[in-house]
Design a protein around this ligand. Structure first.
Ligand SMILES: Nc1nc2c(c(=O)[nH]1)N(C=O)[C@@H](CNc1ccc(C(=O)N[C@@H](CCC(=O)O)C(=O)O)cc1)CN2
Ligand SMILES: Nc1nc2c(ncn2[C@@H]2O[C@H](COP(=O)(O)OP(=O)(O)OP(=O)(O)O)[C@@H](O)[C@H]2O)c(=O)[nH]1
Length: 483
């Protein structure tokens, strides 16, 4: 009997789904296209049977690779490759998992996948493998998100901090906080239930207050870590704005390290917004070069300027580029120029003033410019960096200033985080502030207990201990198919 006949001899298992009701899912796990090896992953109660029927083999040993041929129903060979079997619960998803490691290539992989569907597997939805791993407690929500973040990382630092989150470091911090909160709740509930126990007033003996304050400090620390992690993950949106010919496109090219934008000495060269993502000192910058802002009758340029204004309202940071040799009229300062350009003066933390073409300044000019503008800038809490896009001088300082302004530290032990985590941490901190007030101002035990309960719920959302289904749907739905 050859392998194919053997395959037919394997008793056809019933198509009734697993008692849990979950279908066996399959998807291509490797990128579609030419590649040495392509992996199809199956998870679910029927994965093992499907592998047997596909290959004609009758048994696979968990965690051992078996070299097999993969057959069509009519006995023709689709491909040959390795079968890897993980017996649930000792698998990525916690269910039985089969991996078919065939040859890469669109046609082969799609044929093999179609055959697997024919044998009863269903196409996995986006993030469905990870969702099952989460559902079977193989991963918590932070770890599942870290997988997607590692895959989508735009910088080495973001990738390595995602892998650290995947290993559970961030989850551990959250779980420690949850334990502290539960401890606090127990004490407060006890104080409410047994108010006269041993004549001790739990609520006012200071112990609960101390513990509460320690927890508040810890939340602030985790929040700071999470903010770094979110910056690492998402980077920042930076808009380069300024008068025509100030050197915005030259700056974009300098930062990108290549000629991305067209640079000419014709004012109004950049007419549409142009985006470029660069990673500098570990921070991902989504740069938008904008059309130089000026009044114009040119329709295309006007639309470009309109787009520039939209980009400006969405930016985390505005770089106002001006030409030190030309843009400041006798009586205008960089801050006045920024005010003219942006309609109103942006807040100091969002604006960085870039004095470009410093190479064109003679010493005398230089002094005059510094004296007249630098004082006003620093006095009002703004910052200016002098650069020359022509020579590259000042560009390093510009990058360092930018990182400092958004509070980004060169990542060492950072953990990837999302806006969702920061939002939950902030809400938790808010409930703890309420609890603190109820405790210290009103000694209102019931209200302290309720605020702590709310705090625990908010915090538990992070790891997925308490999560609404629609939130889970949103998170896993954004994963790629096969993850
Ligand atoms: N071939 C292959 N490579 C891969 C994955 C995969 O699914 N398949 N992964 C997919 O993301 C990542 C690795 N993650 C994995 C995580 C857990 C288990 C797993 O089988 N865990 C079991 C057994 C652990 C053990 O034997 O020590 C368990 O947790 O019980 C496998 C892969 C990256 N590389
Ligand atoms: N000397 C000198 N020239 C510069 C410097 N930066 C830019 N330029 C020149 O200034 C001119 C305008 O530069 P661009 O980068 O196109 O200016 P822009 O602000 O993007 O201009 P628009 O597209 O019109 O909005 C070009 O001729 C550049 O070569 C600099 O640091 N020093």
């Amino acid at each position: 009997m050859d392998s194919f006949e053997l395959a037919q001899a394997v008793p056809a298992t019933s198509n009734t789904p697993h008692p849990s009701g979950l279908a066996t899912i399959a998807a291509i796990a490797t990128p579609l296209g030419r590649g040495g090896v392509g992996v199809i992953r199956l998870s679910g109660a029927r994965a093992y049977d499907i592998a047997c029927q596909l290959t004609g083999k009758t048994a696979f040993t968990p965690r051992m690779a078996s070299f097999c041929r993969f057959y069509q129903a009519d006995g023709t060979i689709v491909d040959e490759g390795l079968v890897l079997y993980f017996k649930g619960p000792h698998s990525f998803t916690g269910e039985d998992v089969i991996e078919l490691q065939g040859h890469g290539g669109m046609i082969l992989q799609n044929q093999l996948l179609a055959r697997v569907f024919e044998l009863g597997a269903k196409q996995a939805g986006a993030g469905e493998f990870s969702y099952r791993a989460f559902d079977n407690d193989k991963l918590d929500l932070v770890q599942a998100e870290a997988i997607a973040d590692a895959i989508d990382a735009t910088s080495a630092a973001a990738a390595s901090s995602a892998i650290r989150s995947l290993s559970g470091e961030f989850s551990q911090k959250i779980n420690q906080l949850l334990e502290q909160l539960i401890y606090l709740r127990l004490h407060v509930e006890a104080a409410i239930d047994f108010p006269d126990e041993e004549d001790v007033d739990f609520l006012s003996d200071g112990v609960i207050q101390d513990k509460l304050e320690q927890t508040q400090d810890k939340i602030q620390q985790v929040l700071a870590t999470a903010k770094q992690g979110q910056l690492l993950r998402d980077g920042i949106h930076v808009v380069l704005a300024g008068r025509p010919n100030a050197g915005k496109s030259s700056l974009l090219n300098r930062l990108a390290g290549q000629e991305r934008a067209i640079v000419t000495n014709v004012a109004g060269t950049t007419r549409d917004t142009l985006q470029e993502t660069v990673v500098l000192n570990g921070l991902t910058l989504h740069l938008t070069d904008t059309a130089g802002l000026r009044d114009t009758d040119d329709t295309v340029e006007r639309i470009g300027i309109e787009r520039a204004r939209t980009a400006i309202t969405q930016a985390d940071m505005l770089l106002m580029v001006y030409d030190v040799s030309r843009d400041l009229a006798e009586d205008s300062t960089p801050l006045q120029l920024a005010e003219q350009l942006f309609g109103k003066l942006p807040e100091a933390k969002k604006l960085l003033i870039i004095a470009n073409k410093s190479d064109l300044l003679t010493d005398a000019h230089d002094k005059a410019q510094k004296a007249s503008s630098q004082n006003e800038i620093t006095q009002r809490g703004y910052e200016q960096v002098n650069v020359s896009c022509e020579t590259g001088s000042g560009i390093e300082t510009l990058i360092e200033t930018l990182c400092a302004k958004v509070g980004f530290h060169p990542p060492e032990n950072s953990l990837i985080a999302r806006t969702r985590h920061i939002d939950a941490l902030r809400r938790t901190a808010g409930h703890l502030t309420e609890a603190h007030e109820q405790l210290t101002v009103f000694q209102a035990g019931e209200l302290v207990a309720e605020s702590l309960r709310q705090a625990q719920l908010s915090l538990g959302e992070i790891t997925g201990e308490f999560s609404a289904d629609d939130l889970l749907g949103k998170i896993f739905g954004s994963f790629c198919i096969g993850k």
